[in-house]
Ligand binder design. Sequence first.
Ligand SMILES: [Zn+2]
Length: 208
Amino acid sequence: MTGIDITGQRFGRLVAVELIPKEERTWSNKERAWRCKCDCGNEVIVRQRSLRGARMTQSCGCVRKMEAFLATNGVKGLDREYLEGFDDFNKFLFLHKAIRATIGIELMSLEEYKDYISYFYNDFQFNAVYNFWKKQERTNTFYDWAKPSLDHIIPWSRGGKHNKENLHFLTVFENLAKRDMTMEEWTEFKRTTTTMSDYFIEQIMEVM
Ligand SMILES: [Zn+2]
């Protein structure tokens, strides 16, 4: 039983990817454990007996996180099934917070809410900035300047609306620098002053 290979087997939302080699087992009794990929996108190391025992581990912890989210998120009618549909739950959570902070979700219908989420979840520019930020997070002390920030293409203060076509993600750094310029004015400003930064969107897109 202990020597079995469970590679590829599913345990709830977890799929066993590989056995942790003996020399990498840092826990005291060196018992067998598996690197598992969770449906939410996380990777976790789980002891073999926790996967196969009576009180089985069924997720990386995201199920509990989802239940907490459902109890407190303020969007009426969201269910577990919807949340389980995301291949990266943390990315979903990030978008939820950004939309709540910039647009507000209290007056939104469920359809409208889901429309915003799926639009940005699959948006090329959002994913470029998000991945840039995640990479910076691992290597750079100032990574928070790279955090994706929802920007109005035509600024709110100048009549721009919350419709998704008027919204896109820039880094916090670029969004602060742009202030209340339109995207056109900002692009022109960058060109005429030859202002450049790794945190500006054209740089991020180019590196991709
Ligand atoms: Zn998970």
